[in-house]
Design a protein. Structure first.
Length: 496
Protein backbone atom coordinates (compact mmCIF):
# COMPACT_ATOMS: atom_id res chain seq x y z
CA UNK A 1 0.00 0.00 0.00
CA UNK A 2 2.79 2.41 0.78
CA UNK A 3 4.02 2.07 -2.79
CA UNK A 4 0.88 3.90 -3.88
CA UNK A 5 2.56 7.18 -2.99
CA UNK A 6 5.35 6.32 -5.43
CA UNK A 7 2.79 5.29 -8.02
CA UNK A 8 1.03 8.61 -7.48
CA UNK A 9 4.12 10.48 -8.68
CA UNK A 10 4.77 8.07 -11.55
CA UNK A 11 1.20 8.19 -12.81
CA UNK A 12 1.05 11.96 -12.58
CA UNK A 13 4.21 12.21 -14.68
CA UNK A 14 2.77 9.76 -17.19
CA UNK A 15 -0.53 11.62 -17.40
CA UNK A 16 1.19 14.96 -17.87
CA UNK A 17 3.34 13.43 -20.62
CA UNK A 18 0.62 11.61 -22.53
CA UNK A 19 -2.60 13.11 -21.25
CA UNK A 20 -4.38 13.14 -24.62
CA UNK A 21 -5.06 9.39 -24.92
CA UNK A 22 -7.98 7.35 -23.65
CA UNK A 23 -6.50 3.87 -24.17
CA UNK A 24 -5.28 1.97 -21.14
CA UNK A 25 -2.62 -0.05 -22.86
CA UNK A 26 -1.65 2.39 -25.59
CA UNK A 27 -1.11 5.73 -23.90
CA UNK A 28 2.11 6.32 -25.81
CA UNK A 29 2.52 5.18 -29.39
CA UNK A 30 6.34 5.27 -29.26
CA UNK A 31 7.30 1.57 -28.91
CA UNK A 32 10.82 2.52 -27.83
CA UNK A 33 9.57 4.54 -24.86
CA UNK A 34 6.26 3.08 -23.73
CA UNK A 35 4.38 4.68 -20.85
CA UNK A 36 1.32 2.93 -19.53
CA UNK A 37 -1.35 4.29 -17.23
CA UNK A 38 -3.40 1.17 -16.62
CA UNK A 39 -6.44 1.16 -14.34
CA UNK A 40 -4.59 -0.50 -11.47
CA UNK A 41 -2.30 2.56 -11.42
CA UNK A 42 -4.99 5.16 -12.01
CA UNK A 43 -7.56 3.90 -9.50
CA UNK A 44 -5.65 4.46 -6.23
CA UNK A 45 -4.51 7.87 -7.47
CA UNK A 46 -8.09 8.87 -8.24
CA UNK A 47 -9.30 7.58 -4.87
CA UNK A 48 -6.57 9.51 -3.10
CA UNK A 49 -7.80 12.59 -4.96
CA UNK A 50 -11.31 11.85 -3.69
CA UNK A 51 -10.04 12.03 -0.11
CA UNK A 52 -8.34 15.33 -0.94
CA UNK A 53 -11.62 16.67 -2.34
CA UNK A 54 -13.20 16.43 1.11
CA UNK A 55 -10.17 17.50 3.13
CA UNK A 56 -7.16 18.56 1.11
CA UNK A 57 -3.47 18.66 2.01
CA UNK A 58 -2.02 21.28 4.33
CA UNK A 59 -3.44 24.74 3.71
CA UNK A 60 -5.99 23.60 1.13
CA UNK A 61 -9.56 24.86 1.20
CA UNK A 62 -11.90 21.95 0.64
CA UNK A 63 -15.51 20.90 1.21
CA UNK A 64 -15.16 19.83 4.84
CA UNK A 65 -13.54 23.11 5.91
CA UNK A 66 -16.16 25.13 4.05
CA UNK A 67 -18.98 23.11 5.59
CA UNK A 68 -17.70 23.43 9.14
CA UNK A 69 -17.42 27.20 8.80
CA UNK A 70 -20.78 27.61 7.07
CA UNK A 71 -22.48 25.45 9.69
CA UNK A 72 -21.00 27.33 12.66
CA UNK A 73 -19.01 24.34 13.88
CA UNK A 74 -15.65 26.08 13.67
CA UNK A 75 -14.36 29.51 14.54
CA UNK A 76 -11.00 31.21 14.97
CA UNK A 77 -8.75 31.58 18.00
CA UNK A 78 -7.36 34.96 19.03
CA UNK A 79 -4.10 35.75 17.25
CA UNK A 80 -5.06 34.24 13.89
CA UNK A 81 -6.73 35.60 10.77
CA UNK A 82 -7.32 32.30 8.99
CA UNK A 83 -11.01 32.54 8.22
CA UNK A 84 -11.79 36.19 7.56
CA UNK A 85 -13.13 35.51 4.06
CA UNK A 86 -15.40 32.78 5.41
CA UNK A 87 -16.71 34.96 8.23
CA UNK A 88 -17.51 37.69 5.71
CA UNK A 89 -19.22 35.13 3.45
CA UNK A 90 -17.29 36.23 0.40
CA UNK A 91 -19.38 35.47 -2.65
CA UNK A 92 -16.77 36.21 -5.30
CA UNK A 93 -15.35 33.96 -7.99
CA UNK A 94 -12.15 33.13 -6.11
CA UNK A 95 -13.81 32.01 -2.88
CA UNK A 96 -13.11 28.26 -2.46
CA UNK A 97 -12.63 27.97 -6.21
CA UNK A 98 -10.41 24.91 -5.68
CA UNK A 99 -13.54 22.87 -4.93
CA UNK A 100 -14.40 23.25 -8.62
CA UNK A 101 -10.96 23.14 -10.18
CA UNK A 102 -9.63 20.25 -8.11
CA UNK A 103 -12.54 17.98 -8.95
CA UNK A 104 -12.62 18.79 -12.66
CA UNK A 105 -8.88 19.03 -13.29
CA UNK A 106 -7.72 16.21 -11.05
CA UNK A 107 -10.22 13.81 -9.52
CA UNK A 108 -12.80 13.49 -12.27
CA UNK A 109 -10.17 13.31 -15.01
CA UNK A 110 -8.58 10.26 -13.43
CA UNK A 111 -11.88 8.42 -13.05
CA UNK A 112 -12.94 9.40 -16.57
CA UNK A 113 -9.78 7.87 -18.03
CA UNK A 114 -10.95 4.49 -16.71
CA UNK A 115 -14.45 4.86 -18.15
CA UNK A 116 -13.80 3.30 -21.58
CA UNK A 117 -14.91 0.08 -23.25
CA UNK A 118 -11.74 -1.97 -22.88
CA UNK A 119 -12.44 -5.74 -22.64
CA UNK A 120 -12.36 -7.30 -19.15
CA UNK A 121 -12.29 -3.94 -17.35
CA UNK A 122 -15.94 -4.00 -16.31
CA UNK A 123 -15.12 -3.55 -12.61
CA UNK A 124 -12.84 -0.58 -13.17
CA UNK A 125 -15.37 1.05 -15.48
CA UNK A 126 -18.10 0.51 -12.87
CA UNK A 127 -16.02 2.10 -10.12
CA UNK A 128 -15.26 5.06 -12.36
CA UNK A 129 -18.96 5.63 -13.02
CA UNK A 130 -19.81 5.39 -9.34
CA UNK A 131 -17.12 7.82 -8.28
CA UNK A 132 -17.86 10.27 -11.08
CA UNK A 133 -21.47 10.31 -9.89
CA UNK A 134 -20.28 10.92 -6.34
CA UNK A 135 -18.23 13.93 -7.42
CA UNK A 136 -20.68 15.39 -9.91
CA UNK A 137 -23.36 15.41 -7.21
CA UNK A 138 -21.06 17.40 -4.94
CA UNK A 139 -20.50 19.88 -7.76
CA UNK A 140 -24.23 20.28 -8.44
CA UNK A 141 -24.97 20.69 -4.74
CA UNK A 142 -22.33 23.41 -4.49
CA UNK A 143 -22.82 25.28 -7.78
CA UNK A 144 -26.09 24.27 -9.46
CA UNK A 145 -25.80 23.97 -13.26
CA UNK A 146 -22.42 22.54 -14.28
CA UNK A 147 -20.59 21.17 -17.34
CA UNK A 148 -21.52 17.50 -17.46
CA UNK A 149 -22.39 15.85 -20.77
CA UNK A 150 -19.58 17.65 -22.63
CA UNK A 151 -17.17 17.73 -19.68
CA UNK A 152 -13.85 15.85 -19.38
CA UNK A 153 -13.25 15.66 -23.13
CA UNK A 154 -9.78 17.19 -22.85
CA UNK A 155 -8.63 18.86 -26.05
CA UNK A 156 -11.72 17.72 -27.96
CA UNK A 157 -13.91 20.31 -26.23
CA UNK A 158 -12.18 22.80 -23.93
CA UNK A 159 -15.37 24.87 -23.61
CA UNK A 160 -18.10 22.45 -22.52
CA UNK A 161 -21.71 23.56 -22.25
CA UNK A 162 -23.35 23.87 -18.85
CA UNK A 163 -26.20 21.46 -18.15
CA UNK A 164 -29.34 21.84 -16.08
CA UNK A 165 -28.72 20.62 -12.54
CA UNK A 166 -31.84 18.44 -12.33
CA UNK A 167 -30.99 16.84 -15.68
CA UNK A 168 -27.52 16.05 -14.35
CA UNK A 169 -29.03 14.55 -11.19
CA UNK A 170 -31.26 12.25 -13.21
CA UNK A 171 -28.38 11.06 -15.37
CA UNK A 172 -26.28 10.33 -12.29
CA UNK A 173 -28.94 7.81 -11.28
CA UNK A 174 -28.71 6.27 -14.76
CA UNK A 175 -24.92 6.04 -14.50
CA UNK A 176 -25.13 4.38 -11.09
CA UNK A 177 -27.58 1.82 -12.48
CA UNK A 178 -25.19 1.23 -15.38
CA UNK A 179 -22.33 0.74 -12.93
CA UNK A 180 -24.21 -1.97 -11.06
CA UNK A 181 -25.03 -3.65 -14.39
CA UNK A 182 -21.32 -3.57 -15.27
CA UNK A 183 -20.45 -5.24 -11.98
CA UNK A 184 -22.96 -7.98 -12.75
CA UNK A 185 -21.46 -8.36 -16.22
CA UNK A 186 -18.00 -8.59 -14.71
CA UNK A 187 -19.19 -11.27 -12.31
CA UNK A 188 -20.20 -13.34 -15.35
CA UNK A 189 -16.88 -12.78 -17.14
CA UNK A 190 -14.22 -15.37 -16.29
CA UNK A 191 -11.51 -13.03 -17.58
CA UNK A 192 -12.60 -9.93 -15.71
CA UNK A 193 -9.74 -8.02 -14.07
CA UNK A 194 -10.34 -7.52 -10.36
CA UNK A 195 -8.94 -4.34 -8.76
CA UNK A 196 -7.71 -6.07 -5.60
CA UNK A 197 -5.09 -4.06 -3.74
CA UNK A 198 -5.24 -1.16 -6.19
CA UNK A 199 -8.70 -0.37 -4.83
CA UNK A 200 -7.90 1.54 -1.64
CA UNK A 201 -11.55 1.80 -0.67
CA UNK A 202 -12.91 -1.75 -0.89
CA UNK A 203 -10.00 -3.94 -1.95
CA UNK A 204 -11.85 -5.03 -5.07
CA UNK A 205 -14.96 -6.26 -3.20
CA UNK A 206 -17.56 -5.48 -5.85
CA UNK A 207 -20.50 -6.33 -3.59
CA UNK A 208 -19.41 -3.43 -1.40
CA UNK A 209 -19.24 -1.23 -4.49
CA UNK A 210 -22.87 -2.08 -5.24
CA UNK A 211 -23.80 -0.95 -1.75
CA UNK A 212 -21.79 2.23 -2.17
CA UNK A 213 -23.51 2.95 -5.51
CA UNK A 214 -26.91 2.50 -3.88
CA UNK A 215 -25.89 4.81 -1.05
CA UNK A 216 -24.85 7.54 -3.48
CA UNK A 217 -28.27 7.07 -5.11
CA UNK A 218 -29.84 7.36 -1.66
CA UNK A 219 -28.14 10.73 -1.12
CA UNK A 220 -29.24 11.98 -4.55
CA UNK A 221 -32.85 10.90 -4.02
CA UNK A 222 -33.23 12.23 -0.49
CA UNK A 223 -31.83 15.59 -1.59
CA UNK A 224 -34.86 15.91 -3.91
CA UNK A 225 -37.41 14.65 -1.40
CA UNK A 226 -38.85 18.07 -0.50
CA UNK A 227 -39.52 19.01 -4.12
CA UNK A 228 -43.08 19.20 -5.39
CA UNK A 229 -43.86 16.60 -8.02
CA UNK A 230 -40.87 14.31 -7.44
CA UNK A 231 -42.45 11.63 -5.25
CA UNK A 232 -43.33 9.24 -8.08
CA UNK A 233 -39.82 9.42 -9.54
CA UNK A 234 -38.20 8.94 -6.13
CA UNK A 235 -40.47 5.99 -5.28
CA UNK A 236 -39.61 4.32 -8.59
CA UNK A 237 -35.89 4.68 -7.98
CA UNK A 238 -36.10 3.38 -4.42
CA UNK A 239 -38.02 0.37 -5.72
CA UNK A 240 -35.16 -0.29 -8.15
CA UNK A 241 -32.73 -0.27 -5.21
CA UNK A 242 -34.94 -2.73 -3.34
CA UNK A 243 -35.21 -4.98 -6.39
CA UNK A 244 -31.44 -4.93 -6.92
CA UNK A 245 -31.03 -6.29 -3.41
CA UNK A 246 -27.54 -5.22 -2.30
CA UNK A 247 -28.79 -2.54 0.08
CA UNK A 248 -26.69 0.31 1.44
CA UNK A 249 -23.29 0.57 3.10
CA UNK A 250 -23.06 -1.03 6.55
CA UNK A 251 -19.71 0.52 7.54
CA UNK A 252 -17.90 3.78 6.88
CA UNK A 253 -16.70 4.03 3.28
CA UNK A 254 -13.03 4.94 3.66
CA UNK A 255 -9.86 5.23 1.63
CA UNK A 256 -6.29 4.66 2.72
CA UNK A 257 -3.39 4.57 0.23
CA UNK A 258 -0.96 3.68 3.02
CA UNK A 259 -0.94 6.83 5.12
CA UNK A 260 2.15 6.92 7.31
CA UNK A 261 4.09 9.11 9.73
CA UNK A 262 6.25 10.39 6.90
CA UNK A 263 6.45 13.65 5.00
CA UNK A 264 3.74 13.89 2.31
CA UNK A 265 2.26 10.54 3.36
CA UNK A 266 0.08 11.57 6.29
CA UNK A 267 -3.69 11.45 6.21
CA UNK A 268 -4.69 14.84 4.70
CA UNK A 269 -7.02 15.83 7.56
CA UNK A 270 -4.29 15.00 10.07
CA UNK A 271 -1.62 16.90 8.16
CA UNK A 272 -3.94 19.88 7.74
CA UNK A 273 -5.19 20.13 11.32
CA UNK A 274 -3.09 17.76 13.42
CA UNK A 275 0.65 17.39 13.76
CA UNK A 276 3.79 17.43 11.65
CA UNK A 277 5.98 14.35 11.34
CA UNK A 278 8.05 15.91 14.14
CA UNK A 279 5.05 15.70 16.47
CA UNK A 280 4.38 19.44 16.55
CA UNK A 281 0.83 20.75 16.18
CA UNK A 282 0.31 22.72 12.97
CA UNK A 283 -0.94 26.30 13.01
CA UNK A 284 -4.35 25.23 11.69
CA UNK A 285 -4.86 23.28 14.90
CA UNK A 286 -4.26 26.32 17.07
CA UNK A 287 -6.25 28.62 14.79
CA UNK A 288 -9.37 26.45 14.56
CA UNK A 289 -11.75 26.16 17.49
CA UNK A 290 -15.37 25.59 18.41
CA UNK A 291 -18.16 28.17 18.50
CA UNK A 292 -20.20 28.80 21.66
CA UNK A 293 -23.37 27.71 19.86
CA UNK A 294 -22.21 24.19 19.11
CA UNK A 295 -20.64 23.76 22.55
CA UNK A 296 -23.84 24.93 24.22
CA UNK A 297 -25.92 22.54 22.15
CA UNK A 298 -23.74 19.55 23.00
CA UNK A 299 -23.64 20.53 26.66
CA UNK A 300 -27.39 21.15 26.94
CA UNK A 301 -28.14 17.72 25.47
CA UNK A 302 -25.63 15.92 27.71
CA UNK A 303 -23.78 14.70 24.63
CA UNK A 304 -20.54 12.88 25.53
CA UNK A 305 -19.29 13.40 21.97
CA UNK A 306 -18.34 16.95 22.94
CA UNK A 307 -14.96 15.79 24.31
CA UNK A 308 -14.23 13.86 21.12
CA UNK A 309 -15.34 16.42 18.54
CA UNK A 310 -13.48 19.13 20.45
CA UNK A 311 -10.38 19.01 22.63
CA UNK A 312 -11.35 19.89 26.20
CA UNK A 313 -8.97 22.42 27.78
CA UNK A 314 -8.03 22.06 31.44
CA UNK A 315 -10.21 25.09 32.13
CA UNK A 316 -13.26 23.59 30.41
CA UNK A 317 -14.74 23.99 26.96
CA UNK A 318 -14.69 27.48 25.45
CA UNK A 319 -15.75 28.70 22.02
CA UNK A 320 -15.33 31.87 19.98
CA UNK A 321 -18.04 33.66 18.00
CA UNK A 322 -17.43 33.76 14.27
CA UNK A 323 -16.43 37.18 12.98
CA UNK A 324 -15.43 38.58 16.35
CA UNK A 325 -13.46 41.75 15.58
CA UNK A 326 -12.31 42.56 19.09
CA UNK A 327 -10.86 39.86 21.31
CA UNK A 328 -10.66 40.33 25.09
CA UNK A 329 -7.33 41.40 26.54
CA UNK A 330 -5.08 38.86 28.20
CA UNK A 331 -5.41 36.09 25.62
CA UNK A 332 -8.56 34.56 27.09
CA UNK A 333 -9.61 33.24 23.68
CA UNK A 334 -6.30 31.69 22.70
CA UNK A 335 -5.04 28.15 22.82
CA UNK A 336 -4.88 26.52 25.41
CA UNK A 337 -8.16 28.04 26.63
CA UNK A 338 -10.35 27.41 23.58
CA UNK A 339 -11.68 24.07 22.35
CA UNK A 340 -9.72 22.98 19.28
CA UNK A 341 -10.50 20.02 17.00
CA UNK A 342 -10.78 16.93 19.16
CA UNK A 343 -9.27 13.44 19.38
CA UNK A 344 -12.30 11.69 17.89
CA UNK A 345 -11.53 13.41 14.60
CA UNK A 346 -7.76 13.79 14.82
CA UNK A 347 -6.85 10.14 15.36
CA UNK A 348 -3.36 10.01 13.87
CA UNK A 349 -1.31 10.26 10.70
CA UNK A 350 -2.38 6.80 9.49
CA UNK A 351 -6.13 7.22 10.00
CA UNK A 352 -8.45 6.34 7.11
CA UNK A 353 -10.04 9.11 5.06
CA UNK A 354 -13.81 8.90 5.38
CA UNK A 355 -15.46 9.20 1.97
CA UNK A 356 -19.03 8.46 3.07
CA UNK A 357 -19.84 7.89 6.73
CA UNK A 358 -22.15 5.17 7.99
CA UNK A 359 -23.79 7.78 10.21
CA UNK A 360 -24.83 9.84 7.19
CA UNK A 361 -26.10 6.75 5.38
CA UNK A 362 -28.29 5.87 8.36
CA UNK A 363 -29.67 9.40 8.70
CA UNK A 364 -30.45 9.45 4.98
CA UNK A 365 -32.37 6.20 5.39
CA UNK A 366 -34.14 7.66 8.42
CA UNK A 367 -35.33 10.61 6.35
CA UNK A 368 -36.35 8.37 3.45
CA UNK A 369 -38.29 6.10 5.80
CA UNK A 370 -39.92 9.06 7.55
CA UNK A 371 -41.19 10.22 4.16
CA UNK A 372 -42.33 6.63 3.36
CA UNK A 373 -39.89 6.11 0.49
CA UNK A 374 -38.46 3.17 2.48
CA UNK A 375 -40.47 0.66 4.48
CA UNK A 376 -37.86 0.28 7.23
CA UNK A 377 -38.07 2.01 10.63
CA UNK A 378 -37.16 5.70 10.62
CA UNK A 379 -36.53 5.53 14.36
CA UNK A 380 -34.18 2.58 14.03
CA UNK A 381 -32.15 4.31 11.33
CA UNK A 382 -32.08 7.50 13.40
CA UNK A 383 -30.73 5.66 16.43
CA UNK A 384 -28.32 3.69 14.22
CA UNK A 385 -26.97 6.99 12.89
CA UNK A 386 -26.27 8.26 16.39
CA UNK A 387 -24.68 4.92 17.30
CA UNK A 388 -22.43 5.01 14.23
CA UNK A 389 -21.29 8.51 15.20
CA UNK A 390 -20.48 7.42 18.76
CA UNK A 391 -18.55 4.47 17.37
CA UNK A 392 -16.50 6.48 14.87
CA UNK A 393 -15.55 9.16 17.37
CA UNK A 394 -14.41 6.59 19.92
CA UNK A 395 -17.12 7.28 22.48
CA UNK A 396 -18.26 3.67 22.15
CA UNK A 397 -21.35 2.40 20.36
CA UNK A 398 -22.62 0.90 23.62
CA UNK A 399 -22.90 4.38 25.11
CA UNK A 400 -25.18 5.73 22.38
CA UNK A 401 -28.44 4.44 23.85
CA UNK A 402 -27.79 6.28 27.10
CA UNK A 403 -27.76 9.46 25.06
CA UNK A 404 -30.63 8.99 22.61
CA UNK A 405 -33.07 7.65 25.23
CA UNK A 406 -32.92 10.89 27.23
CA UNK A 407 -36.34 12.60 27.20
CA UNK A 408 -34.94 15.64 25.38
CA UNK A 409 -36.37 17.25 22.25
CA UNK A 410 -34.31 16.46 19.12
CA UNK A 411 -32.47 13.70 21.00
CA UNK A 412 -35.04 11.06 21.94
CA UNK A 413 -37.22 9.98 19.03
CA UNK A 414 -40.23 9.67 21.29
CA UNK A 415 -39.72 13.10 22.85
CA UNK A 416 -39.54 14.86 19.50
CA UNK A 417 -42.56 16.08 17.55
CA UNK A 418 -40.63 17.30 14.49
CA UNK A 419 -38.88 14.10 13.45
CA UNK A 420 -37.25 15.64 10.37
CA UNK A 421 -35.67 18.35 12.50
CA UNK A 422 -34.30 15.68 14.83
CA UNK A 423 -32.79 13.71 11.93
CA UNK A 424 -31.12 16.73 10.33
CA UNK A 425 -29.91 18.11 13.67
CA UNK A 426 -28.35 14.82 14.74
CA UNK A 427 -26.84 14.47 11.28
CA UNK A 428 -25.27 17.91 11.77
CA UNK A 429 -23.68 16.72 15.02
CA UNK A 430 -22.45 13.48 13.46
CA UNK A 431 -20.86 15.19 10.44
CA UNK A 432 -19.20 17.93 12.48
CA UNK A 433 -15.54 17.91 11.43
CA UNK A 434 -16.08 14.86 9.24
CA UNK A 435 -18.04 15.91 6.14
CA UNK A 436 -19.84 19.09 7.17
CA UNK A 437 -20.55 20.23 3.60
CA UNK A 438 -23.41 17.72 3.62
CA UNK A 439 -24.91 19.57 6.59
CA UNK A 440 -24.60 22.86 4.71
CA UNK A 441 -26.59 21.38 1.83
CA UNK A 442 -29.17 20.07 4.31
CA UNK A 443 -29.48 23.47 5.97
CA UNK A 444 -30.11 25.14 2.60
CA UNK A 445 -32.80 22.53 1.94
CA UNK A 446 -34.50 22.27 5.35
CA UNK A 447 -33.45 25.21 7.55
CA UNK A 448 -32.21 22.81 10.24
CA UNK A 449 -30.63 22.97 12.74
CA UNK A 450 -32.86 25.78 13.95
CA UNK A 451 -31.52 29.10 15.23
CA UNK A 452 -28.09 28.56 13.71
CA UNK A 453 -26.22 31.87 14.14
CA UNK A 454 -24.48 33.68 11.32
CA UNK A 455 -21.08 35.29 11.51
CA UNK A 456 -20.88 38.66 13.26
CA UNK A 457 -19.11 40.06 10.20
CA UNK A 458 -21.64 38.78 7.66
CA UNK A 459 -22.78 41.41 5.14
CA UNK A 460 -26.16 39.68 4.87
CA UNK A 461 -28.83 38.38 7.20
CA UNK A 462 -28.33 34.82 5.92
CA UNK A 463 -25.44 32.51 5.09
CA UNK A 464 -24.69 31.56 1.47
CA UNK A 465 -26.64 28.73 -0.13
CA UNK A 466 -24.10 28.04 -2.90
CA UNK A 467 -20.74 29.12 -4.29
CA UNK A 468 -20.10 31.44 -7.22
CA UNK A 469 -18.67 30.05 -10.43
CA UNK A 470 -14.86 30.24 -10.21
CA UNK A 471 -12.76 32.77 -12.06
CA UNK A 472 -10.79 30.04 -13.86
CA UNK A 473 -13.97 28.74 -15.49
CA UNK A 474 -15.11 32.23 -16.40
CA UNK A 475 -11.80 33.05 -18.08
CA UNK A 476 -11.56 29.74 -19.94
CA UNK A 477 -15.20 29.02 -20.72
CA UNK A 478 -16.89 32.39 -20.33
CA UNK A 479 -19.20 31.93 -23.28
CA UNK A 480 -20.95 29.05 -21.52
CA UNK A 481 -20.83 30.03 -17.86
CA UNK A 482 -24.29 31.14 -16.67
CA UNK A 483 -24.79 34.57 -15.16
CA UNK A 484 -23.14 34.68 -11.76
CA UNK A 485 -25.83 33.80 -9.18
CA UNK A 486 -26.52 35.62 -5.94
CA UNK A 487 -24.89 33.22 -3.51
CA UNK A 488 -27.27 34.23 -0.70
CA UNK A 489 -30.59 33.88 -2.51
CA UNK A 490 -30.14 31.73 -5.64
CA UNK A 491 -30.82 28.29 -4.20
CA UNK A 492 -29.89 24.97 -5.77
CA UNK A 493 -32.89 23.40 -7.53
CA UNK A 494 -33.67 20.92 -4.74
CA UNK A 495 -34.04 23.75 -2.20
CA UNK A 496 -36.62 25.74 -4.20
Amino acid sequence: MKNIFKLFSIVMLSIITVGCSDEYLDVNTDPNNPITASPDLLLPVAQRYTAYTITGPTGARRLNTLGNLMMYNWSQSDGYSWYQDEFEYRGNSTFYSTIWTYQYQNTLKQYHTMDVDTPNYEYYKAISKIMKSFHFQNLVDTYGDIPYFEALQRGDNPTPAFDDALTVYEDLIVQLDNAIALINAGNANANVLTPGGSDIMYGGDMNEWKKFANTVKLRILVRQSDMVGRDAYINTEFQKIANEGSGFITANATANPGYAEQEDQQNPFWSNFGQTTAGEYVNNYFATCATPFVLDYLTDTNDPRIDYIYEKPDTGHLGVEQGLDSYPAGGALTEPYVSNIGPGLLKGSEQDSVIFSLAEAEFLQAEAALKTFLSSSAQQHYENGITASFDYLGVGAANAAGYYTQPINLVSWGSTSNKLEAIITQKWVALNGLDAAQSWYDFSRTGYPSNLPISLSSPEANRPVRLAYPSQEISGNGGNVPSQPNVFTSKIFWAN
